[in-house]
Design a protein around this ligand. Structure first.
Ligand SMILES: [Fe+2]
Length: 415
């Protein structure tokens, strides 16, 4: 397969294609011909299976973690309120697998269990392999849809979706995109469903162990037309784009620039557009560019929108967490980047940055502490103390950066 036909991302993914794809297909061919281009039906990779029993058993935990959504698009476009579902479950015996099962078979409600990679081991392994292959975050939602219902209206997603059917059947009617290459940073458009706008591509009837690839932006209507309930997982590969990088770097730059006096001075409408203002604008743009470049140098992939949940990143994070035991041995201990991918967001409170290992949970860290540690890779605890951080600030900051996110690790002094 000639590599020059591949997109930049596909080429990089291929170089790393040690992991497996959820679909049982030739990964190289897929990346060259369908990835980010067109839908593809394929058998799901053997080894990912989920029984109804395994599904219902995980639901009490999933519900308690706030990861369940109860979908009934005909009457509740935003899903049923948790309180309403809990009240119904209470009558069926409380938050037990059996109550969830009875509720499911007695109501035309689709159960969507988010965080599937954490709930079912085989799903988690497949999600992490995919994350490594595509070098981005992969999340999994497992959906159970009662007979003759649909859990969602016609829509498109801003991420690549790989559904894998476990039980029952599901029809996927796929239409050509009306919004090409949507991502986290592009506004969602309403799908125009009139005959002239909606261009049918193909319909797929997924049976157990069938899989499908739906590129981001491709419109789909998904329904269970059969007499049997359907169970499937949607593996979702989120796209990091230049829009992610620029939006985050602009936030980074803004965070600094808003404390600079020239950026705070009052303007009149006449100021903007005058020849002097143009010259000034050039200086502002240079300053903006400088700040953005410094953000890129400091945080690198932290300027993405999604973190890679790959096995190697998981391992680096685990090692970072273990290293916290070394903090006992005193001020010779240094703080280094762990190499695991993490995200940084600037909060409205300029004194804090928000750091995350997964893009879902963010931990507040004082900005001055974060940048002291970041700028001096290998800063020692003594360095931090002499930069006038209190013991408590150091302990709390390192807890977030080392233990909570695994973005940094501690290193004992050499022998
Ligand atoms: Fe979808």
């Amino acid at each position: 397969m000639p590599h020059e036909n591949l997109s930049r991302l596909a080429r990089k993914a291929l170089e790393r294609a040690r992991g497996s794809l959820v679909l049982d297909i030739d990964a190289e061919r897929f990346l060259a011909t369908e990835f980010e281009r067109s839908p593809l039906a394929a058998p799901a990779r053997s080894g990912i299976e989920l029984s109804w029993r395994e599904f219902f058993e995980a639901l009490p935990r999933c519900h308690q973690q706030g990861e369940m959504r109860y979908l009934m698009p005909t009457t509740s476009p935003r899903g049923l309120p948790h309180a309403e579902v809990e009240a119904a479950l209470e009558k069926l015996g409380g938050l037990t697998p059996e109550a969830f099962e009875r509720y499911f078979y007695e109501n035309p409600v689709t159960f969507a269990a988010q965080g599937g990679a954490e709930l079912w081991k085989s799903v988690g392994v497949a999600a992490r392999n995919m994350a490594e292959l595509f070098d981005t975050g992969v999340s999994v939602t497992v959906l159970a849809t009662p007979a003759r219902t649909a859990g969602t209206d016609i829509h498109y997603d801003n991420a690549d979706v790989f559904p894998v059917q476990f039980q029952g059947e599901k029809r996927w009617e796929v239409y050509e995109p009306q919004d090409e290459f949507p991502c986290m940073r592009t506004p969602r458009r309403k799908v125009a469903t009139d005959a002239g706008s909606l261009v049918a591509y193909q319909a797929y009837d997924l049976k157990p162990s069938d899989g499908l690839y739906v590129p981001r932006g491709w419109i789909h209507r998904v329904s269970n037309r059969g007499d049997e309930a359907s169970l499937h997982a949607s593996f979702v590969a989120h796209a990091n784009t230049w829009l992610s990088v620029f939006a985050n770097l602009m936030d980074h730059a803004f965070d600094t620039l808003r404390s600079h006096q020239p950026w705070r001075e009052a303007l009149t409408t006449a100021d903007v557009g005058s020849p002097e203002a143009r010259a000034e604008l050039e200086r502002f743009l240079e300053e903006l560019g400088r700040q953005m470049r410094s953000g890129l140098a400091e945080s690198g992939p932290a300027s993405f929108d999604y973190v890679v949940n790959s096995p190697s990143s998981d391992e680096l994070r685990a090692r970072a967490r273990e290293s916290i035991a070394a903090v006992e041995s005193g001020s010779g201990v240094t703080v280094r980047r762990s190499g695991a991918h993490y995200l940084v967001r600037h909060s409205d409170d300029g004194d804090l940055v928000r750091v995350s290992a997964d893009g879902a949970r963010f931990h507040d860290v004082p900005s001055r502490f974060f940048y002291s540690v970041l700028r001096q890779d290998g800063a020692s605890l003594a360095d931090l103390e002499s930069a006038s951080f209190s013991q408590q600030e150091i302990v709390e900051g390192l807890y977030a950066l080392v233990y909570e996110t695994g973005a940094f690790r501690l290193e004992s002094p050499g022998p």
